[in-house]
Design a protein around this ligand. Structure first.
Ligand code: UDP
Length: 822
């Protein structure tokens, strides 16, 4: 839950009509079903806030359901695609389920949720268990019923975090702020009133128990949430490095950890994870800090097992990764606040599993790490593992069942059912394991987006069908890769220009309708629609709606006015609202622009960097440059600077030509063609070459398929985009080719290039700066060697194809399975 709740609850026009529902009595519900009787005829109902994903609260719910497998389930809404964690059980929902856009905007109905939860009729049950982080605990129960509420947290944004949320939502004053405050006031009153009908509270940590005491003036029994400790295996041999791993968002304070280790050059830190803070974090890294980005589970576990200690600086209610590290036998150095205090035993214990630092400051972390090293022999891997096992799912079930039994006299003799893993029907589990994917792309040519998709498609070949809106070399490449591909005739839509050019409306609509129809027909055979380009996303969003399939957009653009027309931006916003299940962004820069434009829930945006295969580049390691130059008809002795982008003004090839005027001893090699109708730009470039007498120093090679060979033939790679590049595949390719790379300082480039370390940055559009850097590169061998060495390492460590494919696959699977991507 985040500030979007407030945004949506207060701002959205749809909400105004929804607010009117508050005064309209909801539709009468069907009479209560006969509840099945379990354990000495005790009937159990389980109420959860909303069922749309599989995150922390749902993991708890899963184990509660395992304790009471015959219970009936209730929730405000249920939009789960994979309900295996509920053991396939049906769920009774409230009237919100049927309100407009409830699937994606259910949180906008927050003001209606109290009334919705009160309409769920659980009067036929002896025991009601609510699993609540918002409103579930408000379900109505009578004097003969026992209501046990597992509170993940009292509704945070209505209580102590209200001011923070209002600030973040820019709702500090004005009429919208007043309305937001009014709604939160009403929710607070309701929240307190309903706490009175809870018989016993269970909290997920002492921290939440304190919140419960503060807000409801009630005691709570603490039962920690279940952690899948079995997935993390004990490993006793440790190596000489520290690890931290998490999403890179501000409150995780990864930057502090990196800063601390940068000041301890003799100690090695490995950092795993990705997110909006990556850039800031990378800026603080030093050579002893290895930033690995997002890694698949196998790599994460391997590092967790071998690390000397796991470092954790966030203040969390609980902190699952802290327990996972201990499950691997790895001690933890954690910020001594929140859940970590309950999951880590410090040096005051006879069998310590870690230690704490007092403040979220680098100095404090440094002191703790030093102290940790002094006492290293006291931390025993088996002790860490034993401590972690206290948080296993089995432990949770035992403790929770015992608690319910003690609160319900009729259950005194009952015992916890033997746990049986739920086996889903083949259709459901098949989809969760390996979703069938319908990939759509508007283009038939081989742009960066298409080359990046090709990598995914090759890996998922058996389960993916590709639809293109245009024929061309991309279709040929897919055919060659043995992929099931078809081309739909986009007709008029092809005319819709990226910068907002407009075909006649009727014609455009006809084109759109035809594409949507054809896409819907294919989507029926898929579990998820995976759109790779902006226009494909628009068609995908419409088709997904009609075919009732989740839509994932692989966002490879910076959706700002620099790249898109106003109309296009409006359409993107509209589609985001219409129902994108998830967005995969190719860089944090792309993710940020999209979130800023649409207000899309950041939990549904993941950054997955493109992956580029090293093999074609490595294969050329022993091929003499002279051979490559001869093959491409390039001069043998000249200093060649290559540009490897389609010819387009924003790619800035003219800047490189201007730099050539300033550096008369260099040659430029322009690889690429005007792929998207920018032929006049090529004419302009050629005219510039003629007018400046550059004919013998500028080599136009047109579109080339063997980019590795072209790159290995030049001396340096220049990337000259004049507006922010969303990612910049060519930069990584230049690094793989072991050529020094000069790139424009903007957008996703900043997430790849560390200035002076693995490449050099120049101001976008600055031909003089570029000319100077190129001259420096030519004369400074030490600089060149450093960039090449570090660049290659960067490309291998952070932009490999395995992590890229795994990242995308994980998200597609998660969306289909209704599970949150970890
Ligand atoms: N490329 C290519 N042949 C060419 C020119 C470029 O295959 O003649 C490739 C280039 O190697 C890179 C991609 O096209 O892999 C361009 O991707 P990038 O992310 O740099 O830019 P985009 O085209 O996505 O804007």
């Amino acid at each position: 839950m985040n500030q979007d709740v407030l945004d949506e609850a207060v701002l959205r026009p749809s909400q105004r009509s929804a607010l009117a529902e508050l005064t309209t009595p909801p539709a009468p519900q069907a009479p209560p079903r006969r509840a099945p009787r379990v354990d000495k005829n005790v009937r159990v109902a389980i109420v959860h806030d909303w069922l749309v994903t599989y995150a922390g609260a749902e993991r708890v719910l899963e184990q509660i359901v395992a304790c009471f497998p015959d219970a009936d389930l209730f929730s405000v809404v249920d939009f789960l695609d994979d309900r295996s964690f509920l053991r396939g059980k049906p769920v009774t929902t409230s009237f919100i389920q049927k309100l407009p856009k409830a699937r994606t905007k259910y949180r906008a109905y927050l003001p209606l949720m109290p009334i919705a939860i009160e309409q769920l009729d659980v009067s036929a049950y002896d025991v009601v268990i609510s699993s609540s982080h918002a409103v579930a605990k408000g379900v109505l129960t009578g004097p003969d019923q026992v209501h046990i509420s597992y509170v993940h947290s009292p509704i945070r944004y209505a209580w102590d975090l209200q001011h923070q949320y209002l600030q973040q939502s820019k709702l500090t004053n004005g009429p919208k702020s007043a309305l937001a405050r009014l709604i939160l006031h009403y929710i607070r009153n309701w929240d307190i009133r309903t706490s009175n009908s809870v018989d016993t509270f269970v909290a997920n940590s002492q921290f939440i128990a304190r919140r419960i005491r503060k807000v409801y003036q009630r005691d709570a029994h603490v039962i920690f949430p279940p952690v899948d400790v079995d997935a993390f295996v004990l490993h006793e041999q440790k190596e000489d490095f520290y690890l931290t791993a998490s999403r890179m968002v501000p409150y995780k304070k990864i930057d502090l950890i990196v800063e601390a280790f940068a000041r301890m050059p003799q100690r090695r830190l490995v950092v795993i994870g990705d997110g909006p803070d990556m850039q800031k974090i990378r800026a603080k890294a030093a050579p002893n800090v290895e930033i690995m980005g997002y890694q698949p589970f196998k790599v994460l576990q391997d590092k967790m097992q071998r690390a000397k200690a796991f470092v954790f600086a966030a203040e969390e209610d609980f902190g699952i990764s802290v327990v996972e590290a201990q499950a691997c036998g790895t001690p933890v150095i954690a910020y001594g606040k929140g859940g970590a205090l309950e999951t880590v035993r410090d040096l005051s214990s006879s069998r310590p599993t870690g230690m704490f630092f007092e403040e979220q400051r680098a100095e404090s972390i440094i002191a703790a790490v030093e102290e940790f090293d002094t006492h290293a022999s006291r931390f025993v891997a088996a002790d860490c593992r034993a401590n972690a096992e206290r948080f296993s799912a089995a432990h949770f079930r035992e403790r929770f069942f015992a608690h319910v039994r003690s609160a319900v006299p009729a259950l005194q003799g009952a015992s916890l059912p033997v746990y049986e893993p739920y086996v889903a029907t083949p259709a459901v589990s098949g989809a969760a394991q390996a979703p069938r994917v319908l990939a759509i792309d508007q283009s038939g040519v081989l742009g960066g987006a298409e080359l990046s998709l090709l990598e995914i498609v090759k890996a998922l070949r058996a389960r993916i069908e590709v639809v293109l809106f245009d024929d061309g070399p991309f279709r040929t490449a897919l055919d060659t890769a043995g992929v099931n591909v078809s081309v739909l005739d986009s007709g008029a839509l092809r005319e819709v220009r990226k910068q907002g050019g407009t075909p006649p409306l009727g014609q455009a609509l006809k084109g759109v309708a035809a594409l949507v129809r054809a896409t819907v027909a294919r989507a029926r055979h898929a579990d998820v629609i995976y759109a790779n380009t902006q226009r494909a996303m628009v068609i995908g969003a419409l088709a997904g709606r009609l075919a009732r399939r989740p839509v994932v957009w692989h966002l490879r653009d910076i959706v700002s006015a620099e790249h898109f027309g106003r109309k296009q931006l409006r359409i993107i916003k509209w589609c985001a609202k219409l129902g994108l299940a998830h967005v995969i962004a190719n860089s944090a820069a792309s993710a940020r622009a999209f979130a800023d434009l649409t207000g899309f829930d950041e939990k549904q945006i993941d950054v997955v960097f493109n992956g580029i295969a090293a093999a074609p580049f490595d294969a050329l390691r022993n091929v003499p440059v002279a051979t490559l130059r001869a093959r491409l008809k390039l001069p043998q002795d000249a200093y060649l600077v290559g540009s490897f982008s389609r010819l387009a003004r924003w790619k800035g090839q003219h800047v490189l030509l201007e730099a050539m005027v300033l550096n008369p001893h260099m040659h430029a090699v322009l690889v690429g063609a005007p792929l998207f109708g920018e032929d006049p730009y090529e004419v302009e470039l050629r005219a510039f070459v003629a007018n400046h007498g550059l004919g013998d120093r500028v080599h136009f090679l047109g579109f080339q398929h063997d980019i590795a060979a072209c790159m290995c033939a030049v001396d340096a790679v220049a990337h000259t985009s004049i507006t922010p590049e969303p990612f910049g595949r060519v930069i990584v390719e230049g690094m793989l080719a072991q050529r020094p790379v000069v790139a424009a300082r903007a957008g996703g480039v900043l997430e790849i290039v560390e200035d002076g370390v693995n490449g050099v940055l120049c101001e976008p559009g600055d031909a003089h700066g570029l000319a100077d850097v190129l001259a420096e590169l030519r004369s400074n061998t030490a600089l060149r060697e450093r960039l090449v060495r570090n660049g290659y390492q960067t490309a291998i460590a952070r932009f490999g194809t395995a992590a890229y494919v795994a990242g995308v696959e994980r998200i597609l699977k998660g969306v289909v399975g209704g599970k949150k991507a970890r």
